[in-house]
Design a protein around this ligand. Structure first.
Ligand code: 5MM
Length: 330
């Protein structure tokens, strides 16, 4: 059996990345509805089957993050999703948070919940075949935001989640997402991202989380999507790497970015531009959701005749991101 450190390294090495297919029932239902598919449990299952049976996915994907519902479903051939992934050499992960809820005393800010009963759920998820987990906290940039209250509440929950996962035998993916919503500048995003990461690693240390057995899943440092000044790819890459270098301990095996609403191509370009910008102690890879599966969902639209084309669309994004990781290596 692999140690947690080995699992963490497997997730981020050999040029591969992580696919986030852990949309909650509500989010997945809206995504299906947006392409004209009825949001039933069966349609969510079929869509996830399309993803995990994509040919050669394991060449570029090391792990797939699943939702609780998917972990309990079966493929058409009767296998569970973790069994099917194990057969192709991909690790199964599980989103264990129960969502971001309004934070008392902090209007317009959220705290991610899910700690109650988490020790028991971690045990159950391991028995169902998961080897790693994910918890996402969100931070909004705005006038006076994020507040210290929201930052401290969220990093505390992230650290307690990570500790419980390591205690129970799952590698925690720790996801602090500074949202792209708003008209803020690249510099503002960098300042908030730095502050959040600094606070996060202080709290992870306090909770005795082993940095060598976790993965960080941060946002890239970008300007707000409503900003009229959108930075060049090279600026995003440099600002992101600078923020990470100032805050992320060198023993963390890897940083796996979320895409956060960037287009698939832009997210891939940013990832490519970061490779070998500086000598960095951690692997830099992807843990995209929308930027990996968006084109496939848009192609499929619930039409069985488009199954192969949709898998091809996913495969193309996965291959492009693996290629971006390889940029300027060696
Ligand atoms: C795939 O979506 C994940 C779950 O979202 P909800 O709990 O809101 O349904 C989400 O955490 C995702 O893993 C990250 O946001 C990264 O996805 P993107 O699309 O930003 O790369």
């Amino acid at each position: 059996m692999s140690t947690l450190t080995e699992v963490a390294h497997t997730l981020v090495s050999n040029g591969r990345g992580i696919l986030a297919a852990d949309e909650s029932i509500g989010t997945m239902s809206s995504r299906l509805e947006s392409v004209g598919v009825e949001p039933t449990e069966e349609n969510r299952r079929v869509y996830r089957e399309l993803i995990v049976t994509t040919p050669k996915l394991s060449d570029s994907v090391s792990g797939i993050i699943l939702a609780d519902e998917t972990l309990r479903q079966n493929l058409s051939n009767g296998q569970t999703f973790p069994e099917a992934l194990a057969d192709i050499g991909v690790l199964a992960g599980i989103k264990v948070d129960t969502g971001a809820k309004p934070l008392a005393g902090a209007p317009n800010e959220k705290v991610t919940e899910g700690l109650d009963g988490l020790r028991e759920r971690v045990g159950e998820y391991r028995r169902l075949g998961a080897t790693f987990a994910k918890w996402r906290a969100v931070f909004t940039i705005g006038a006076g935001l994020p507040t210290n209250r929201a930052v401290r509440a969220n990093v505390h929950a992230l650290a307690r989640y990570a500790g419980l996962c390591q205690e129970g035998g799952l590698v925690p993916i720790v996801e602090p997402e500074v949202l792209m919503d708003g008209g803020h500048s690249l510099a503002q995003c960098q300042q908030v991202t730095r502050a959040v990461l600094r606070s996060l690693f202080d709290e992870l240390a306090l909770m005795r989380v082993d940095f060598d057995s976790m993965i960080l899943k941060p946002n890239m440092v970008v300007a707000g999507k409503d900003s009229s000044e959108q930075p060049a790819v090279a600026e995003v890459a440099q600002a992101t790497v600078d923020a990470l270098r100032d805050t992320v301990p060198p023993t963390v095996p890897g940083v796996a970015f979320l895409s956060g609403g960037q287009s698939p191509e832009v997210a891939t370009n940013h990832l490519g531009a970061m490779q070998n910008l500086d000598q960095l102690p951690w692997e830099l890879t992807y843990s995209f959701g929308r930027a990996l599966v968006g084109p496939a969902l848009d192609t499929w639209r619930g039409n069985h005749g488009k199954w192969d084309a949709a898998q091809k669309a996913l495969s193309e994004r996965a291959v492009a991101n693996a290629a971006a990781r390889a940029e300027s290596k060696g």
